[in-house]
Design a protein around this ligand. Sequence first.
Ligand code: SF4
Ligand code: SF4
Length: 170
Amino acid sequence: MPMPVFKLIGDLSVDTGTWFRSMNEKVQSWIHTDKVFRVEEDEERMDNALAEEIYELERCIECGCCVAACGKANMAPEGFMGATAFNRIARFMMDPRDQRSTDEYFEVVGNDEGIFGCLGLLGCEDTCPKKIPLQDQLGILRRKMGFSQVKHLFKTLIPGGHSHVGTKSM
Ligand code: SF4
Ligand code: SF4
C-alpha cells in the first residue's frame, strides 16, 4: 500500500516533498544567527565530538517512514510535526551557532502539534532505516520543553518574574 499521511500521487507513489517542506518551514529548520557570514574569513572550528553528535542527527534522508508509522500523524496528518521534526529541532538545539533560546524553541514545538502531542509509542524509531536515535531525542526534547512549560507557568502566576531559560546549557 502507499505510505499513509502523505498526499497520494498515484499507485504506490506519494508526495513526501510537500510535507517535508512544510515541516521544515514550521520548525524553521535553519541556523538562526545574527552573525554576518564573511566568505574571506576562515571557517569557525567546531569541537569534533560535537560535530559528530550533530552529524548523527543530520543523517535523516526524509524518507517519511517514521511519519507513515506514527499513530498521531495518521490521526492528524496536517497537524502533527512528527519525530523527524523533533529530530531537526534537537539538531539545532545542539548547534552552538544557532542563537535561539529554549523559550524560542518552545514557541515552535511546545504544543500539541509538537512534542506534547506525541503518544510516545515509538513506531517512528522502529521504522527508521537510518537508525536515527529518535527515542533519545524525543525524551530530551520532552524534558526540555516540559521544563520550559513550568517556567512559563511560573511567569503567569508570578507577574514580573523572570523566566529566561538558557540556550544550550540545559
Ligand atoms: S513516539 Fe511520537 S513521534 Fe514517534 S510514532 Fe509515536 S506518536 Fe509518532
Ligand atoms: S524514518 Fe528516519 S530517515 Fe526517514 S524521515 Fe524519519 S528520521 Fe528521517
